[in-house]
Design a protein around this ligand. Structure first.
Ligand SMILES: [Zn+2]
Length: 72
């Protein structure tokens, strides 16, 4: 399953850092964070709980980019 989100990220460098952190989360098959379009895509592993993964993704993202947020 894939989901995409509108996000707020301040630069391309932070987007890359956030992407790398999110890829480490169990349950994430692939992730893509794009500064230009302010979008994030997460592909979930089969059987993963998307809500749990997303809340972990938020925590991981805020560690490298405190201003990171998911808008919807
Ligand atoms: Zn930045």
């Amino acid at each position: 399953m894939k989901k995409s989100f509108k996000i707020d990220v301040d630069c391309a460098n932070c987007a890359n850092l956030v992407e790398a952190e999110i890829k480490k989360i169990p349950g994430v098959k692939d992730a893509c964070v794009v500064f230009m379009t302010q979008k994030m895509k997460i592909e979930f592993e089969e059987g993963a709980d998307p809500d749990a993964v997303i809340s972990q993704a938020m925590k991981a993202a805020k560690k490298v980019e405190p201003d990171f947020c998911i808008l919807d």
